[in-house]
Design a protein around this ligand. Structure first.
Ligand SMILES: [Cu+2]
Length: 381
């Protein structure tokens, strides 16, 4: 409401200012000053220098932006292919930076140099084949190089050999949470369909499928370091986008189809926490949280817990009201720790059996998951 009032006040102020200038113009009628609407040399000069002023603003703001926010982009990639993605990104940035630096100077310099002058007429210049060839061929060659390198990197990253030794994991998206299904010992996911969703079987896994017997469903995903993880994505309701920022991976989750992506994590969670940049970042966040805690405690509220870094899977497609909070923790373990963790997990089949044996007393964790199963009805329509 307040912002609406502010906008109305600003619009009214602008209208008032516009009316005032009109009145001012009317008072000038008949005076000796130049009242024609045609720009004179003085106007053109001012415009010419304003062009340079704007150029200076662009450069100063660019330099300020680099200094103030230059450390904000994602740092060390945590996947084997991450370096390639970053490389492509950096090359693109550098190219854009050089081209923009040169073209902006030329644009504003020529606007200044050929500003209007009294009695000077613009030259009619039909075309110049050499110049046109130059400004068509150079960008075409540079862009072709960039696209070819991009395609090469993309196919490199996306190619998963069927015979390759991977761990198959399904990532299931729904408003507003992620669930993961590990393919188990056979490394093949059991079939699934939204029609099979019932009780603890929130992913609609076909329990009669042999391949589903060892499937493990988890809400916090563990993966081992140094092993290629073959992700298969499904969505229950709307378009979601599985975004693993630290692993430089992102894939759309589309209702009615399976999309894929594979990456190899190269740092365990605890190794990534020890990276100097992360230590510094976490220290900074905790400094801010400590300050905020003092304020909160003074108000009689409870303070904030210190932050520790964890890999996250985020949703990167605006999929509804709680999209901002759609995330899943990912833990990268050493292969030994991963084995231990996996051994502690119960298969989906066992979970379903247990829930059928005691239907009356649902465990609190499962009850929560069941609540969200109301959504499939919407998805099936
Ligand atoms: Cu989403």
């Amino acid at each position: 409401m307040t912002s609406l009032l502010v906008i109305i006040v600003l619009v009214l102020l602008a209208v008032a200012l516009w009316q005032l200038t009109k009145i001012f113009d009317l008072t000038q009628v008949g005076s000796s000053s130049d009242s024609s609407q045609v720009a004179n040399d003085k106007d053109n000069n001012i415009q010419g220098y304003l062009m340079f002023g704007f150029l200076a603003f662009l450069y100063i703001f660019t330099i300020y932006g680099l200094l103030a926010w230059g450390d904000m982009p994602l740092h060390t990639p945590a996947s084997a292919h991450g370096g390639q993605v970053d490389n492509l990104m950096n090359i693109t940035w550098v190219l854009i930076f050089i081209v923009q630096a040169i073209t902006q100077v030329l644009l504003y310099y020529f606007a200044f140099k050929y500003k209007g002058k009294k009695d000077q007429k613009a030259l009619y210049f039909a075309d110049n084949n050499k110049l046109e060839a130059l400004w068509s061929i150079i960008p075409a060659v540079v862009l072709a190089g960039l696209i070819l390198y991009g395609l090469y990197a993309w196919t490199n990253i996306m190619f998963v050999d069927e015979d390759e030794d991977t761990i198959v994991v399904e990532v299931y998206a729904q408003q507003f949470k992620w669930t993961a299904r590990i393919a188990g010992e056979d490394n093949v996911l059991g079939k699934a369909n939204v029609r099979y969703i019932e009780g603890v079987n929130t992913l609609g896994v076909d329990l009669s499928d042999k391949n589903a017997e060892d499937d493990i469903v988890v809400s916090e995903l563990h993966i081992p370091k140094g092993k290629k993880i073959h992700f298969k994505f499904r969505s229950q309701d709307v378009l979601h986008s599985a975004y693993f920022p630290h692993f430089r991976a992102q894939m759309n989750c589309v209702p009615g189809m399976v999309t894929e992506f594979a990456f190899t994590p190269i740092y365990t969670t605890s190794e990534y926490r020890e990276l100097p940049y992360m230590v510094e970042k976490v220290a900074h966040i905790n400094e801010l949280r400590a300050k905020k805690s003092v304020e909160l405690i003074a108000k009689g509220e409870s303070g904030l817990d210190p932050y520790t870094f964890d890999y996250l899977l985020l949703c990167n497609k605006i999929c509804g009201a709680s999209h901002y909070n759609m995330q899943m923790k990912i833990v990268v373990d050493t292969p030994e720790d991963y084995k231990k963790w996996l051994a502690d997990q119960t298969t989906l089949v066992a979970q379903v059996k247990a829930s059928l044996e005691k239907p009356a007393e649902e465990t609190p964790g499962e009850a929560k998951e069941n609540d969200t199963v109301a959504a499939p009805e919407v998805a099936m329509k």
